[in-house]
Write a protein that binds this ligand. Sequence first.
Ligand SMILES: [Zn+2]
Length: 53
Amino acid sequence: MYYEVSCYSCKVVFKVYEGSLAYKQFKERKTKMFTCDDCQHRIRLEAINNFFR
Ligand SMILES: [Zn+2]
């Protein structure tokens, strides 16, 4: 069981599988902003870079 959502950053469509945090958020409609693994990784790196700036 999974949902297909699109990444708000790069617009790629990816799957969120049952049991994952994104799946839970989608189901509970807590957010419409989903990021794929690549963007999640990139955003995390940018956050770290900003932190040390
Ligand atoms: Zn993305």
